[in-house]
Design a protein around this ligand. Structure first.
Ligand code: ADP
Ligand code: MG
Length: 585
């Protein structure tokens, strides 16, 4: 595979008036920024294959190799001058930027923050050349054996900037950021073959077939990618100037965070809350609360209708006809999703409001709570060291009598003073949360899976998981790497395993880990996430015994009135309120 053979334009310092117009860049704030800048340079150079090797979460080394058009030997040094670029020449070019780079800052900034060696050979060169900078100054330059293309090696990143180093997050989190940005770029450039290795582990191989779905398979995994819906071809504005393409999830595929929805504007990876909002608006009413779509949305607008020069790391853009762009995105996604999502099958009979009989398996009369792993709790809760994280029992619930269930979501109960509505998921989550905290110090109850679950993660999740194996082990998971981003889950915390579909539970759990990093709150978040995924969901019809048992367990909790996330479990309508509402008083 070779890139188009064109000789590179020469690299020149920008005239001062142009340099002055450029949004000042503090481009290199973390290792992922180095990777992104180097990959963008490779893409601008027309590469069709880009290999990225990272060691030590980027502070060890970062090596990016491409087969692009290369840099002529006599321009290797000027490429490192601040504001030296081959991509713009005059002020008008800034109005129509077609390349990813345009400020001529990345190589200079990296050389200021790290040691760097660049080897390159362009079409015109008989032999390649190399240049290296150490401690911010030119160290070596000369000929070098090098294939067509460019190889950049960055070491000792931030060693001279202890403040930067101190602000880096955990290795897992920096690796996750690197994996996320390479994965996103692979979605943007499906014709480019990408490989990413982190500490010698293959984390991403995008084939470069040119088919977006192949790139999506490499990024989102074999399970999610085939379900994604292609956005319809075409333009969506009266002026016809905005086109939208890509792949988005159908309404039954969703995640607990927004990190798996990426946007490109004219080939540039950008972040935009407003675009994410436009997409989510298109799903209105189709996704469960707090769930988010995944996919890639590629927007093309005329170059002079978008300002790319507004953000230091070029991560945001400004549109001249902003509302048209948002409307086009929303339209396109809505058309695709409403045409492409299966109509949710209504699985109950028309007598669905009648409670289901308890399933006839296992010990006679096994209740849902037994099936999901709650043994009835002794009425006086056992206090042990493991409960240190729980507040002393301050609030209690009155004794409640189950009346019924509404909307497969709320348990209706009567208490000494009126009516109580209990959110079944929130209540069960509270119960599970306290159970996990209680069990923690003796050790969370584990359950080996008869059939180990195989789970394929996204590159970002894979990096996060690899860096958090100790936490997972502490919570009762036993997982091992099995292939490229495939993990085999052999043992799970029993509370999760009993919910069935271990692969889906595990993915949902990793999904929750996939947030900004750690710190002291991480274990707490793990407990909350486990509790949430172990809890009965909204939409589950409960038989009276199950409802009664849930209330007994809830009453025994230390803090029965809120779920692990702080939402109420119970809403109380007092007898007085009911009397007033019915104008009896
Ligand atoms: P910019 O990308 O904004 O022009 P950089 O500092 O990233 O600035 O790069 C400076 C110049 O070095 C680029 O304009 C380009 O000509 C050249 N260059 C950098 N990386 C590569 C590469 N991988 N292949 C070919 N040329 C490159
Ligand atoms: Mg660049």
């Amino acid at each position: 595979m070779t890139a188009v053979v064109t000789s590179p334009a020469s690299i020149r310092p920008l005239p001062p008036d142009v340099a002055a117009q450029i949004a000042a860049g503090e481009v290199i704030e973390r290792p992922a920024a180095v990777v992104k800048e180097l990959v963008e340079n490779a893409l601008d150079a027309g590469a069709t294959a880009i290999d990225i090797e990272v060691a030590g979460a980027g502070t060890g080394s970062i090596v990016v190799s491409d087969n692009g058009r290369g840099i002529p030997s006599d321009q290797l040094i000027v490429a490192f001058e601040r504001h030296a670029t081959s991509k713009l020449t005059n002020i008008d070019d800034l109005e129509r930027v077609a390349t990813l780079g345009f400020r001529g800052e990345a190589l200079a900034s990296i050389a200021a923050a790290a040691d760097i060696e660049l080897r390159s050979r362009s079409a015109g060169d008989g032999m390649g050349g190399r240049v290296s900078f150490e401690g911010g100054v030119l160290a070596k330059t000369g000929p070098a054996a090098q294939q067509r293309g460019t190889r950049v090696e960055v070491t000792r990143l931030f060693e001279r900037q202890p403040a930067r180093l101190k602000f880096l997050r955990t290795a897992a989190s920096e690796n996750a950021a690197i994996a996320a940005s390479v994965a996103a770029l692979a979605l943007g450039y499906p014709a480019v073959r990408f490989t990413l290795r982190l500490d010698g582990r293959d984390v991403l191989t995008a084939p470069g077939s040119g088919d977006l779905r192949d790139a999506a398979r490499a990024v989102f995994g074999e399970a999610a990618a085939p379900a994604l819906i292609a956005l319809p071809d075409g333009s969506f504005t009266s002026r016809g100037a905005v086109t939208v393409a890509g792949l988005v999830s159908p309404s039954h595929v969703h995640r607990s965070n927004r990190s798996q929805l990426v946007f490109f504007v004219n080939g540039r990876l950008i972040q935009s809350r407003r675009l994410a909002f436009a997409v989510e608006t298109a799903y209105q009413g189709m996704l469960p609360v707090a769930r988010h779509p995944i996919g890639v949305v590629k927007i093309a607008v005329p170059l002079d209708e978008v300002d790319v020069n507004i953000h230091p790391t070029k991560a945001e853009v400004r549109f001249r006809f902003e509302n048209e762009v948002f409307a086009a995105v929303e339209r396109s996604v809505r058309d695709a999703v409403s045409a492409g999502s299966p109509v949710p099958a209504f699985q109950q009979s028309r007598f669905a409001s009648f409670p289901e009989p308890p399933p006839a398996h296992g010990t006679a009369g096994a209740t849902l709570w037994e099936r999901v792993g709650i043994e009835p709790v002794p009425h006086a809760p056992v206090v042990n060291a493991g409960m240190a994280a729980l507040p002393p029992r301050a609030e209690t619930l009155p004794p409640l009598r189950v009346v019924g269930q509404v909307g497969a979501t709320f348990v209706v109960a009567e208490g000494p003073d009126g009516l109580y509505l209990v959110d079944q998921h929130a209540a069960h989550e509270r119960v599970m949360y306290e159970k996990i905290l209680r069990e923690r110090s003796p050790g969370v109850e584990q359950q080996p899976l008869l059939d180990p679950a195989m789970v394929q993660l996204t590159p970002r999740q894979d990096a996060l998981l690899a860096g958090n194996l100790d936490t997972l082990a502490a919570f009762g998971f036993e997982v091992e790497p099995f292939g490229e981003r495939i993990w085999r889950v052999r043992v799970m915390p029993a509370v999760l395993a009993r919910q069935g579909d271990p692969a889906a539970r595990f993915t949902a759990f990793v999904d929750d880990l996939d947030r900004e990093d750690a710190g002291p709150g991480r274990d707490e978040r793990v407990v909350k996430s486990l509790a949430c995924h172990a809890a009965v969901r909204k939409g589950k019809i409960l038989v009276p015994d199950e409802m009664r048992e849930l209330l007994v367990l809830l009453e025994a909790c230390q803090a029965p009135r809120t779920c692990a996330h702080g939402r109420p479990t119970v809403v109380h309508f007092s007898a007085a309120l009911l009397e007033r509402e019915f104008l009896r008083r």
